[in-house]
Design a protein around this ligand. Structure first.
Ligand code: SF4
Ligand code: MG
Length: 271
């Protein structure tokens, strides 16, 4: 039993229920568990970790961890994260956003953070819908899927988070799901350790909004769907339409904050 699990068991001995706001079956708690295990496995001092959250169900993750946390404005988490990293490059800055947060109102911040290759880890929890606000169509809702604002099926083509982050210039781009907990832990640790901008997309079920509107009878059906419809990128063959998971970009270029420190040092040396 890991130290984290022991702490949770200790807590539950004194408290009947672990308090949280997530609906039964929501995948966000699994991602939160992976984040806590990853910080623990990497032995990062809690004071050296900053969790910057946007607005939405995933943003509530910041409430449950004992790191430095900032719960920011909708779509703006990456701007706060950029400022924190530039001010103190030694911090591990992790930014958690939903698909609406990261790809819609904050979409411009995502592509420019990737273009700048700022040393921040961006976790994009993609449940393919706006969960907290009642199930509106998001930029990652698959074409044809139901939402509150697309009751006859979405007519829009969704973003592919991985392709967007790769094309925009992120150093590290990966995808996993809340069904694949071991893979998620592995990719999460690599994302946190990687220099430059890291994007980890996590496909995660929202049974309350996306599931109900798209005729998933039970959350188990949603996890079964994730299992059947995803494949490790190394095993992907031509013509396979399943969603690939794994690492899609793994570059080793200095982050913006490293280039900035170098510039300052060279200017100071000239004085
Ligand atoms: Fe999770 Fe969806 Fe409930 Fe939000 S609305 S807590 S994303 S299940
Ligand atoms: Mg969402």
């Amino acid at each position: 039993m890991s130290d984290v699990t022991k702490l949770i068991h200790e807590y539950l001995r004194h408290n009947k229920k672990f308090p949280h706001v997530f609906c039964a079956g929501c995948g966000h708690g699994i991602v939160l568990g992976s984040l806590v295990r990853s910080v623990h496995a990497l032995q990062l001092p809690k004071d050296d970790v900053v969790l910057v959250a946007g607005i939405g169900c995933s943003g509530r993750m910041a409430v449950y961890v004992d790191f430095n946390t900032v719960h920011t404005a909708h779509g703006r988490a990456l701007t706060f994260a950029t400022g924190i990293k530039m001010a103190n490059p030694d911090l591990n800055v992790i930014c958690v956003m939903g698909d609406g947060d990261a790809l819609s109102i904050g979409g411009n911040h995502l592509i420019h953070a990737a273009r700048r290759n700022i040393g921040v880890t961006a976790l994009v929890l993609n449940n393919q819908i706006y969960g907290m606000t009642g199930g509106q169509c998001s930029p990652s809702t698959p074409m044809g899927d139901m939402s509150m604002t697309s009751p006859f099926g979405s007519l829009e083509q969704p973003f592919d988070t991985v392709e967007l982050a790769k094309a925009s210039g992120a150093n590290y781009v990966a995808r996993s799901t809340s069904f694949h907990a071991n893979q998620l832990d592995d990719l999460m640790q690599k994302a946190i350790k990687h220099s430059g901008f890291s994007v980890l997309e996590v496909l995660t079920p929202c049974p309350t909004q996306y599931g109900r509107k798209n005729k998933f009878r039970h959350v188990v059906d949603m996890y079964t769907w994730l299992k059947k419809n995803t494949v490790k990128v190394e095993k992907l063959k031509e013509g396979d339409t399943r969603i690939p998971t794994g690492i899609f970009q793994n570059l080793d270029r200095p982050g913006l904050e490293e280039r900035y420190v170098e510039l300052r040092q060279s200017l100071q040396a000239e004085e």
